[in-house]
Design a protein around this ligand. Structure first.
Ligand code: NAD
Length: 513
């Protein structure tokens, strides 16, 4: 079978047959059980990673808390210079890392490269930001006083990430946390441990070349139990967790119980509203890419199409026709549009959703099914499916992390479509396809979409790093990446300075001695 350059990529990234899953930089050690990472692409074993024990974790925290003392005192633009070098290394290793992402997670090679490009972009953003960590100044009510606020480094930032963006999510957090003066401990998904090892190798080299201490970038590995080391640990003031709503509810409570901060990036149930004024050609491209890209395993994947009854059949037929063109197969082969799901458990959830929608009265218009035979040996390849459904169905209300698209019909005004779009528990991404200014503005207004992301005439997926990324309601409320998302990685301090010889009290209070 064609190797698609995987062996060379693993070699270039320093990924071995058996890897240490615990690392504080150049120092790697691990005493836990071994996770075997199998590729959903061909079902082959890619490599093994030794997981982190509680004792290993203590060593990591020792290195991290000690490194924080040095790192936080370095001027922020100098920390930016380190992140710039990290971005340069990513440029050099874009192809092998993109390939490993594709092979270990199953997304297309183009999307793997895109993910590494996002890492490069956030590094560039962070470098500029390292000179812009600004607070406000305000006028004091007291004569001869000055008031202002500053942002200071927070400490050890714990990062827990999901399998579907195995490298980008880490970099959104670390690149910002590092320039903010924090040190990071990362627990990647147990489904994609090798991309974690590869990223840590790249970061470790940069910190070492600059003579910086161990512990600024740390890696731990394992399942939720290893994640819990951090959620329960008072020494970790911020836990940034990306994954399912189920996970987020547990993590939020653990972290809140010790009054830590959590940044949650959880599940979505994203819809595109298609109004009578939509450009149908653009709608089809946006909807199909949104529904089948990454095999429906993006948090921003399009799950629901809310179509006006007057154009319902036209849109349905166009989307169904487009699905006939989809080529499903090895994602490293650039002729294919759709790769595999992450594992056979995900396949079961996909099958369950298709059974459930029929049970609830839905009508399947593009049949699903698991693919078998040559090229599909991993058992993870499925056919993207479409079902006509109703927004109230339990299965439609639920995020199924697979390429299942629900068609929903609305009548009357765009308000009715907005009500349906908002009528789910999640609030991540949303879009409207329309050339009608009134509809577009209504959708973006306070009476419109209740999501963290709302787009006009583009789909729900494919965000840029310049904007803050995240969602409301059961998506968790966190924001990462651009805009002022950096503030969560710092602690805010308000300062008042008296440059007189008097000591007036605020609110005019008299206290004479
Ligand atoms: P998951 O919730 O199963 O796992 C995510 C991570 O959380 C893993 O590293 C896992 O080990 C860890 N974890 C699970 N339980 C934990 C606990 N109790 N304590 C500490 N850590 C724990 O999610 P997944 O299947 O890897 O990813 C898919 C989900 O992620 C989808 O719901 C998707 O929408 C969501 N997601 C959201 C965003 C976003 O930005 N909003 C981005 C990517 C993925």
């Amino acid at each position: 079978a064609k190797d698609f350059g995987i062996e060379k990529a693993l070699h270039d990234l320093g990924v071995k047959d058996i890897n240490e899953g615990t690392s504080t930089g150049s120092n790697s050690f691990s005493n836990g059980d071994v996770i075997e990472s199998y590729s959903p692409v061909d079902g082959k074993l890619i490599g093994k990673v030794k997981t982190t024990t509680k004792e290993d974790y203590e060593k990591v925290m020792e290195a991290a808390t000690s490194a924080f003392k040095t790192w936080k005192t370095m001027p922020a633009p100098q920390r930016g210079e380190i992140v710039r070098q990290f971005g340069e290394k990513l440029r050099e290793l874009k192809e092998p890392l993109g390939k490993l992402v594709s092979y270990e997670m199953g997304k297309s090679y183009q999307e793997g490269l895109g993910e590494v490009q996002e890492m490069i972009d956030i590094c560039d953003f962070a470098v500029g930001l390292s000179r812009q960590l600004h607070g406000l100044t305000m006028h004091s009510e007291r004569p001869g006083h000055r008031m202002y606020e500053q942002y200071h480094p927070l400490g050890v930032v714990g990062i827990i990430s999901a399998f579907n963006f195995p490298v980008a999510v880490w970099s959104w957090n670390t690149a910002l946390a590092w320039i903010c003066g924090d040190v990071c401990v990362w627990k990647p998904s147990e489904k994609t441990p090798l991309t974690g090892v590869a990223c840590q190798n790249i970061a470790a080299e940069v910190f070492k070349a600059n003579g910086l201490p161990e512990g600024i970038s740390c890696l731990i590995n394992g399942d939720y139990k290893v994640g819990e080391f951090m959620t329960k640990d008072k020494r970790v003031p911020l836990v940034s967790a990306t994954g399912s709503t189920r996970m987020g509810k547990i993590v939020a409570q653990e972290v809140a119980a010790r009054l830590g901060k959590s940044l949650l990036e959880l599940g979505g149930n994203n819809a595109i509203i298609v109004t009578p004024d939509a450009d149908i050609k653009m709608t089809v491209i946006g909807a199909v890419f949104g529904a089948v890209g990454t095999c429906g395993q993006r948090c921003t994947s399009t799950r629901r199409l809310i179509i006006h009854e007057s154009i319902y059949d036209q849109v349905k037929n166009a989307v169904v026709d487009a699905y006939k063109q989809l080529r499903i197969g090895n994602p490293l082969d650039e002729n294919n549009h759709v790769g595999p799901l992450i594992d056979t458990d995900a396949v079961k959830m996909y099958q369950h959703a298709l059974e459930k929608v029929v049970e609830e009265g839905g009508n399947v218009v593009v049949e699903g099914g698991v693919l078998e035979g040559e090229g599909y040996e991993s058992g993870c390849y499925v056919k993207p499916a479409i079902a006509e459904a109703s927004n109230e169905f339990e299965i439609v209300q639920h995020e199924t992390f697979a390429p299942v698209l629900y068609l929903l019909k609305y009548s009357g005004d765009v308000e009715n479509a907005i009500d349906m779009q908002n009528g789910v528990a999640q609030g991540l991404s949303s879009a409207i396809m329309t050339n009608n200014l009134r509809e577009a503005e209504r959708f973006l207004s306070h009476a419109g979409s209740d999501c963290g992301i709302a787009n006009v005439n583009i789909g729900t997926s494919g965000a840029e790093i310049g904007g803050a990324f995240g969602g409301e309601k059961e998506t968790g409320g966190g924001r990462e990446s651009g805009s002022d998302a950096w503030k969560v990685y710092m602690r805010r301090q308000t300062n008042t300075i008296n440059y007189t010889t008097e000591l007036p009290l605020a609110q005019g209070i008299k206290f004479d001695l």
